[in-house]
Design a protein around this ligand. Structure first.
Ligand code: UD1
Length: 368
């Protein structure tokens, strides 16, 4: 059986890797997954909780890299991963998404002359100030198999000179997980535990460095959220990076005081999905949540100026609103009055992406 090494590191990787590992374990493919966790995310709420909820196996190796500057984290993953790959000699390294661990893994494997597969390839925000954009471009440039979620990705890769035979439009593995666990999340009804009604609250996530690492941006976005919370309760599970900054900038106590603003610890997958599924609207700067809200049919306001996931705007429920507080409040008001943008589900976001990926892997001629 061929060994397929899969590297995960940060929260948004786990829900993407889970269905792939499940599919790889199916006997008919003669492939065996070997799971490596870089340790980029290490808090229980950012990592372990997802392993149990998503049915992920305990990692075969944990690299324990942890936090650091962009360079420290990237170098840390590369240094720790290299001997593992040398010893394991997998048929291929699979990386998912666009976090620092993704790029570090792809570079390490490519330099060992191991084939690299990138799941969620080709997405481009065309904003190189986002660390993720550098990660995407570098990862794709050294990948041998590029699995895409939407048509724009193929266009971007072709424009960068990637041979068409390497690109496979397979759909969205994160949506595989969402569709598999939506029923279970509905039973949890996490909003009730917060004293909220279905459709009776907004849900917020915020963690992009461009929104939370400087005082003016963070203060202004917070002001907008407090304003929205005067019309509708706002649930805000706070990412560790955001919490640290709110505290360091002296904004934590102030934000906790907004009357309708409910700050919580980061939530597990099922609790968060339960909240997202029944929210009146979602305000976010995340990548994946733009896609999840499109599938759930929940209006999404993305607090960024561009998206690497244009299908969520063209076909789905997503609207880009930037970080201007006036615009955020106006667009939230429109959703409250009019119900928000209606969307459709993008092509191949049907719960079968992981199977498509593994079917393609099973047909690779490993000798060539
Ligand atoms: C990372 C990804 C981002 C993804 C996000 C999801 C990169 C460049 N960024 O951003 O694409 O959307 O994960 O969460 O890879 N921290 C903790 N505990 C943890 C993890 C982080 O306290 O378990 C704190 C640390 O202070 C750390 C900071 O959060 O320095 C940022 O963590 P890091 O992994 O560098 O980036 P994220 O902002 O989480």
């Amino acid at each position: 059986m061929k060994k397929i090494a899969i590297l995960v590191g940060a929260r948004p990787n786990f829900m993407k890797a889970a269905p792939i590992i499940r599919a790889l374990r199916s006997r008919r493919f003669q492939l065996r997954p070997f799971l490596i966790h870089s340790g980029q995310h290490y808090d229980r709420a950012m990592s372990q909780v997802f392993f149990s909820e998503l049915g992920l196996p305990k990692p075969d190796r944990h690299l324990g890299v942890g936090s650091g500057s962009q360079a420290e984290q990237t170098a840390g993953v590369m240094t720790a991963l290299e001997p593992v790959l040398r010893e394991l000699k997998p048929a291929l390294l699979m990386v998912v998404g666009d976090v620092n661990s993704t790029m570090a893994g792809a570079l390490t494997a490519a330099k060992l002359h191991l084939p690299v597969a990138h799941v969620e390839a080709g997405l481009r925000s065309f904003n190189r100030e986002m660390p993720e954009e550098i990660n995407r471009v570098v990862t794709d440039s050294v990948s041998d198999l590029l699995f895409t979620t939407e048509k724009s990705a193929e266009k971007n890769l072709r424009a960068e000179g990637v041979p068409p035979g390497r690109i496979h439009f397979v759909g969205n593995v994160m949506i595989d997980t969402l569709l598999a666990l939506r029923g279970k999340a509905r039973k949890i009804s996490h909003y009730r535990k917060l004293g909220l009604q279905p459709g009776g609250y907004a849900l917020v996530t915020l963690h992009r460095p461009s929104n939370v690492d400087a005082v003016p941006e963070l203060r202004e976005i917070l002001r907008a959220l407090v304003e929205v919370s005067k019309s509708l309760p706002v649930v805000f599970p706070v990412h560790p990076r955001t919490r640290k900054n709110l505290e360091a900038f002296g904004l934590w106590k102030k934000s906790a005081k907004g009357p309708g603003l409910i700050l919580t610890e980061p939530l597990g997958y099922l609790q968060f999905l339960s909240l997202m599924d029944r929210a009146r609207m979602v305000l976010t700067d995340s990548g994946g949540i733009q896609e999840e809200t499109t599938v759930l049919g929940v209006p999404c306001l993305t607090m960024r100026n561009e998206t690497e996931r244009p299908v969520t705007v063209e076909v789905g429920t997503n609207i880009m609103v930037g970080s201007d507080p006036g615009r955020i409040v106006r667009e939230a008001g429109k959703i409250l009055r009019g119900g928000g943008k209606k969307g459709r589900i993008p092509a191949k976001w049907d719960g079968k992406a992981a199977i498509r990926i593994v079917e393609i892997l099973s047909k690779v001629d490993w000798r060539s």
